[in-house]
Ligand binder design. Structure first.
Ligand SMILES: NC(=O)c1ccc[n+]([C@@H]2O[C@H](COP(=O)([O-])OP(=O)(O)OC[C@H]3O[C@@H](n4cnc5c(N)ncnc54)[C@H](O)[C@@H]3O)[C@@H](O)[C@H]2O)c1
Length: 403
């Protein structure tokens, strides 16, 4: 069997390496020549534990070859980006380009799978593009959608162990894709149609976004009511059927903060709670900014000088180094842009091309206003002096007090 994977990023490369590790020949295609060259040297261009060894082995054994050119195969798998445009509508141009690049190489008996997170109907849309150019392949190839739900940092483990939802544009597509995934997935394969599989991925992240928005809204209400939202969430969650998440400074990363917009764009009149959750989580950044500015004004008035602000944590969630779409980084950048005296603390990032990272202890010693944005493990032992103003937007002081 020969598999061609379009897009060798966070999803495509680990998938390629895993499949190649099973002794299947994988032809990885990427439009970025630097990515292709790096992989062909047995090295990787992304950070993911255990991936480099797998890639190195697969390249050495010639089961994985990267290229900028597409080649005939039995299975074509699309793992290219599906970003949001500035107006928050999904940009499907990468999927379309990758599909069009594959079309001349398709032949009867092939399987075509999309893994990129996509709006409902994308797989059917790509199949229409395929059959418009190659009508002779109608009913001769299998087409399916299979979303990816791996956690960065555990991708190699989760690619094999997670359950997968597989949906063909027809039953033969579902069946052919299920047979393919059974070669390297140990989790259960749940079979459906392509529209349900597409929506399933979007709904998983919208569900999480709505639950985070509930916690974030509560945090704003509790601040007004003089209640510690973290204590409240803990107490309310003692109810056997209630589980309230902890609030934070917003929602980041490239999935939860993005995927719900795909539903909102397709169903603008119906997706009300989903849209409101996005708005609530985006608004949390404004609210946090307002709280910091309020604190700065108070400090200036009482001390007659400009305070030094320490932003504790820049990543989009605890204990990782990923700064993509991070609300904490946005808060730091905004403070910096508004000419506040501000320093950044991010224990998971040692070096950054355009960020000066300050050591945790030094920041806590020197700053006047300490703003906890991410509850990193490293901050659990930090105890700012009584003379400091502490603003906690991630509940770490509550956890430290109660651990
Ligand atoms: N990263 C994750 O944790 C994650 C999780 C679930 C789903 N997804 C989804 O998977 C898809 C891929 O995400 P990613 O994180 O791997 O993206 P990525 O940006 O890390 O990698 C995508 C790669 O595709 C390449 N590419 C772009 N156009 C191409 C084309 N026409 N032909 C060949 N290669 C092309 C890019 O150069 C890049 O190397 C997206 O839809 C994303 O939403 C990602």
């Amino acid at each position: 069997m020969q598999v061609t994977i379009m897009g060798l990023g966070y999803i495509g490369l680990p998938t390629a390496a895993l499949i190649a590790g099973k002794g299947i020949h994988v032809h990885g295609v990427d439009v970025n020549k630097k990515v292709v060259d790096t992989i062909n040297q047995g090295r990787i261009h992304i950070i993911e534990p255990d991936l480099e060894g797998l890639v190195h082995y697969a390249v050495l054994k010639k089961f994985l070859v990267a290229s900028t050119k597409v080649k005939a195969a039995d299975v074509f798998l699309i793992a290219v980006p599906t970003p949001l445009r500035k107006n928050r509508t999904p940009d499907l141009s990468y999927v379309e380009k990758a599909t069009k690049a594959v079309i001349p190489h398709l032949k009867a008996g092939n399987l075509f799978i999309i893994e990129s997170t996509s709006p409902v109907g994308t797989t059917e849309k790509m199949s229409r593009i395929i059959f418009r150019e190659r009508p002779e392949l109608k009913n001769k190839i299998s087409i399916a959608y299979c979303p990816e739900r791996v956690l960065p940092g555990s991708v190699i483990y989760e690619l094999q162990q997670n359950d997968r939802v597989i949906g063909g544009i027809d039953e033969s597509g579902t069946k052919a894709a299920a047979e393919f995934y059974s070669k390297f997935v140990r989790g259960q394969l749940h079979l459906t149609n392509s529209r349900t599989a597409e929506m399933c991925k979007l709904v998983e992240n919208a569900y999480r976004d709505v639950n985070i928005a509930f916690a974030n809204e509560l945090s704003i209400i509790c601040d007004k009511a003089g209640i510690d939202v973290n204590e409240l969430a803990e107490l309310a969650s003692k109810h056997p059927r209630v589980k309230i998440l902890r609030p934070g400074p917003g929602v980041g990363g490239h999935c939860i903060a993005v995927d719900p917009y795909f539903i909102v764009d397709s169903f603008p009149s119906e997706a009300n709670i989903i849209r409101l959750a996005r708005e609530t989580n985006n608004y949390k950044v404004e609210w946090v900014m307002g709280k910091i500015e309020e604190s700065v004004k108070k400090f200036r008035k009482s001390k007659g000088k400009e305070p030094l602000i320490a932003c504790m944590g820049l990543a989009y969630k605890p204990d990782i180094d990923d700064l993509r779409e991070s609300p904490s980084l946005e808060i730091f950048r905004r403070l910096e842009k508004s000419k506040y005296k501000v320093i950044a603390v991010e224990p998971n990032v040692r070096k950054h091309p355009d960020l000066e990272i300050t050591d945790t202890l030094r920041a806590v010693r020197e700053a006047d206003i300490i703003v906890f944005l991410v509850s990193h493990r490293e901050f659990s032992t930090v105890s700012p002096g009584m003379d400091k103003t502490v603003l906690d937007f991630c509940g770490i002081t509550y956890s430290n007090k109660n651990s």
